[in-house]
Design a protein around this ligand. Structure first.
Ligand code: BG6
Length: 477
């Protein structure tokens, strides 16, 4: 494998340029968990507690991006990427979630943004990616409506500090998947299995996002703003009325409970009816909220796409959705009674964590999104595959990742040819990172990180492949 040349200073991509990049998230890559005035987050505390019993490791150091961001951004640029999506750790900016600003936190993200711009890399900034300040978490976290207010206030601080340079903002990463893990699987803090609490927390996440977006517009900040949703094409192995019903329920449960709110500013009526039928206490929905949601619709929808979701009709007993966190089938089973059953195609290839290798998923998803939300552009904010990469002679020959990404890119382009307005594509992840409760074995990066040897970086074969692809795409020529 060839050495990677470090490019000289490059101009920032012109507005409207298709963004080809890669992504990370603060807790997963930064480390420096208690440095420079940072407050504790829910993940710092969880990882240091006995509740983290599946893969008891922490993000204390992770990829050490806090100290090595210059090297990482230089590598991203040298890889011909013109964009980098990263998240801000709320507890670095506001150690207690509200109140006094930690200037050293502001300084850090100024340095990251400036490094991006120096290298001609467009920064895509996510304001919240699972790591809630512990002070807010202890007050009920997202189940407490005041967390939504606190988020909007924190977002405004970030708009003011970084808005002169950041043109693409993403409020919240995956209100669906985060709350599913926190309150469905129970494998993310607060580690409970109670879907009623899930719907409450999700409501407040969406409310916080809407309020931040309204602030962004009211205060006249420049640029575009969106939310990041984990979205799936819902598919069935049979086509009859019962299977179609199951697919519709799964679409409400997985996708539309977030996407309709983000794009249309309202929850689907059928979704609310289903919650009422399930006996969910919706006292969290207050008079006047409809106007808040309507005022906070996105300019662009960020979509994390990894897989399709296969479902079949719900018959009886608990629906079992397995969360395989160990790569050998271990992990919690989620009970979702009454909506749909998870199905499985025995003939598709899967990775060790049970994820189907199914590149067509992105095409089906993009067409579904175009049909539902024809005027809203999409950025693919994450796409990638977890694997136990092997280092041989100092190199990582991850052909499986190249095949996976090449398939998704090809299907994405087909969807674009058919009129889907896609404005960017980010590989998950820029470097290897902490894979939440899956620990460090499950790697996604284009760049290998040696977690046992001072976080040394080695670009993988997939990094070089992506670089060539982007040259052909005319990026940074
Ligand atoms: C997305 C998250 O859901 O999937 C990332 O936004 C995450 O933070 C990625 O790392 C892959 O999931 P996992 O659980 O395998 O790390």
């Amino acid at each position: 494998m060839t050495a990677v040349p470090i490019p000289s200073q490059r101009p920032r991509p012109a507005a409207g340029t298709f963004l080809w990049g890669s992504a990370s998230a603060a807790y997963q890559c930064e480390g420096a968990w208690n440095e420079d005035g940072k407050g504790l987050s829910s993940w710092d505390v969880f990882c240091h507690s006995e509740a983290n019993d599946v893969n008891p490791v922490t993000g204390d150091v992770a990829a050490d991006h806090y100290h090595r961001y210059e090297e990482d951004i230089a590598l991203i640029a040298a890889g011909n990427q013109n964009a980098y999506r990263f998240s801000i750790a709320w507890s670095r900016i506001l150690p207690d979630g509200t109140g006094k600003v930690n200037e050293k936190g502001i300084d850090f993200y100024n340095r990251v943004i400036d490094a991006c711009l120096r290298h001609g890399v467009e920064p895509l900034v996510t304001l919240y990616h699972y790591d809630l300040p512990q002070t807010l978490f202890e007050r009920g976290g997202w189940e407490n409506r005041t967390t939504a207010d606190a988020f909007a206030a924190y977002a405004e601080i970030c708009f003011r500090a970084f808005g002169d340079r950041v043109r693409t903002w993403l409020t919240i990463n995956e209100p669906g998947y985060e709350t599913f893990c926190s309150y469905g699987a129970g494998n993310y803090p607060p580690n409970v299995q109670d879907l009623g609490r899930r719907w409450r927390a999700m409501y407040h996440l969406l409310l916080g996002s809407a309020m931040a977006i309204a602030t962004f517009r009211d205060q006249g900040f420049e640029g575009r703003i969106g939310l990041v949703s984990d979205s799936y094409p819902i598919e069935t192995l049979r086509d009859d009325a019962d299977y179609r019903d199951a697919a519709r329920f799964a679409d409400l449960f997985q996708n539309r409970c977030v996407n309709d709110v983000a794009v249309r500013g309202e929850f689907p009526a059928e979704f609310i009816a289903k919650l009422v039928q399930d006996g969910v206490d919706r006292s969290y929905a207050l008079d006047g909220d409809e106007a808040l949601f309507a005022a906070g619709v996105v300019d662009v929808l960020g979509v994390n796409v990894y897989d399709r979701m296969l479902v079949k009709p719900y018959l009886e007993g608990p629906t079992e959705l397995r969360n395989n966190n160990t790569g050998d089938g271990g992990g919690p089973v989620v009970k979702v009674s009454g909506w749909f059953q998870a199905d499985e195609d025995p003939d598709t290839v899967k990775n060790a964590w049970g994820m189907e290798i199914y590149p067509r998923a992105i095409y089906d998803l993009l067409l579904n999104l175009k049909a539902l939300y024809p005027s809203t552009p999409v950025i693919i904010t994450e796409n990638g595959i977890g694997y136990r990469d092997v280092v041989a002679d100092g190199q990582i020959d991850d052909q499986y990742r190249i095949d996976f990404l090449a398939g998704f890119v090809e299907w994405m382009k087909k969807a674009m040819d058919e009129g889907c307005d896609v404005q960017g594509y980010m590989v998950w992840s820029s470097t290897d990172v902490y894979s939440w409760i899956n620990g460090y074995e499950k790697r996604y990066g284009l760049i290998h990180v040696d977690f046992d040897d001072e976080q040394k970086r080695t670009p993988k074969a997939s990094y070089h492949w992506y670089r060539e692809l982007l040259t052909k795409e005319g990026v940074n020529r």
